[in-house]
Design a protein around this ligand. Structure first.
Ligand code: AMP
Length: 458
């Protein structure tokens, strides 16, 4: 609310007409909580940092840049807009190529962020380049050669280009964003991030955004933030009220059967199923396809082309079940997701918050069901502690669930045989991919659909 009690709009937050229009085109009627809280600070100019500098010809007065921001907001709360809109506004004020750099821990999230920048910046013709691993570097280098306004990437590939792509540098950037900052500050990215920080200007704005934060953020805060404003749009680690969360306590040997039962009960839903390992994404999707369900795997073990292909098929509704590892738990925005199933309980409780954040996004409702076996109870209890809620039990009659047991076991046996066979083929071919899984399982599904229905009737 504004001081006079009227609701905030993108205009009252201080955004220019062009950007207000972009929000309208995207159907964003009003700013979200994190946008209301972060955008005014991110737009603010801190004159304390104004200084004279010599360009080689003249002395110019560089007016201080906006405030640094640490934004803690639930996933799906409009975080991307909260940092993209102020950057686009600054770009409008002082148009310049290679203006901002956004880092993301996953390739898919980087692509999504770039799409949102291009959508919000379409009326002003903003150009983005995405630098992620698993894709040809030459194409990316050509795109960098066209000098985009915004570079969005994963740390490793960005560093690769900074080191090897002739003529590319980030020496001019005015904004650095770390999205999913707590993950980017993990050990796995530490070296790359440190190296990137060494070659970008210290005179810049830095935005850190995440749904969960570690103490490491304060380390980075010391290292490169200047008088940051910390904005917590929500209490730490909370999950949204429109999310209906339940658990199901079951013996390990019945887990597949419960999964099949729930997916069958909710067959009209668009569902993401989270597993712990890349291998199990493949096994489970084959199992489900053998039963006649439209499942597709996505994991870090697949080539980037296949990862994107799987994501696109899922987004397009071609497959309604995405079986994934935590590679898909951060930031991905697929509004159609109705349900998240935790096939394995994450050992790191914060991953739970990210996983279930794939549904019930932007005010919609959604469901999250955690399948907890006897070995996972301790991890599950940690999750309840973290989110500060005791969750209700998913209502399922064991006798009804076990009707699916025989069919599920058969489908699993066939899936395992298929994996064994394709691994053998791969060894013989020395390399290769999991390409065949899709088609062969699909063929089988047609044959098994009938018998699955039969076993249900039994
Ligand atoms: P994010 O948290 O940035 O991943 O955004 C989640 C979803 O909310 C995306 O689909 C955005 O397009 C959408 N969104 C962001 N801001 C708004 C807004 N102010 N009004 C409606 N939808 C929004």
């Amino acid at each position: 609310m504004e001081e006079d009690g009227s609701p905030q709009t993108f205009k009252t937050l201080g955004l220019k007409e062009e950007l207000v229009e972009s929000c309208e085109i995207l159907g964003w009627k009003a700013p979200t909580k994190i946008q209301i809280e972060a955008i005014p600070f991110a737009l603010e100019v801190d004159f304390g940092y104004s200084k004279w500098s010599f360009t080689g010809k003249n002395f110019v007065l560089a007016i201080g840049v906006g405030k640094d921001v640490i934004g803690l907001a639930q996933t799906g709360s409009g975080k991307t807009g909260a940092f993209a809109l102020p950057i686009l506004q600054a770009l409008l004020d002082a148009p310049q190529r290679l203006f901002a750099c956004v880092l993301s821990p996953t390739r898919e999230l980087a692509i999504q962020i770039s799409e949102q920048f291009e959508a919000l910046g379409s009326v002003i013709g903003v150009k983005c380049t995405v630098l992620v691993g698993g894709v040809d570097m030459t194409q990316q280098a050509i795109s960098l050669g066209k000098r985009p306004h915004i570079v969005v990437g994963t740390p490793g590939r960005l560093l690769d280009h900074l080191t090897n792509t002739k003529g590319f540098s980030l020496r001019t950037i005015k904004y650095l964003v770390l999205d999913e900052a707590d993950r980017l500050l993990n050990l796995e990215f530490e070296k790359a991030i440190d190296d990137i920080l060494k070659v970008i200007p210290s005179e810049r704005n830095t935005f850190l955004f995440s749904a969960t934060m570690t103490k490491k953020v304060s380390k980075l805060q010391r290292a490169c933030l200047r008088h940051p404003v910390k904005i917590e749009a929500d209490t730490k680690y909370s999950t949204v009220d429109t999310l209906n969360q339940q658990y199901c306590f079951i013996p390990a040997k019945h887990k597949d059967c419960y999964l099949v039962y729930i997916l069958n009960e909710k067959q009209n839903f668009t569902t993401m199923v989270f597993t712990r390992t890349c291998e199990s994404t493949r096994l489970l999707s084959l199992l489900l396809r053998n039963i006649g369900m439209r499942a597709i795997p996505i994991s870090g073990q697949m080539s980037q082309d296949k990862r994107l292909g799987a994501l696109n098929r899922f987004k397009a509704g071609d497959c309604n079940i995405l079986i994934c590892t935590d590679v898909a738990s951060r930031g991905l925005d697929i509004p159609s997701v109705d349900m998240v199933i935790n096939y394995n309980i994450p050992t790191n409780s914060k991953d739970y918050v990210h996983r279930v954040g794939r549904t019930a996004r932007a005010g919609r409702s959604g469901m999250a069901i955690s399948l907890v076996n006897q070995y996972e109870v301790a991890w599950y209890m940690q999750i309840e502690q973290l989110i500060g809620k005791k969750l209700p039990k998913y209502p399922a009659e064991e006798a009804e669930v076990l009707v699916f047991f025989e069919r599920t076991s058969d489908a699993k046996r066939i899936a395992l045989a298929k994996i064994k066979e394709s691994n053998g083929n791969k060894k013989r071919k020395k390399g290769g991919d999991d390409d065949d899984d899709d088609n062969e399982a699909e063929g089988f599904a047609v044959n098994t659909k009938k018998s699955f229905r039969k076993s249900k009737r039994r």
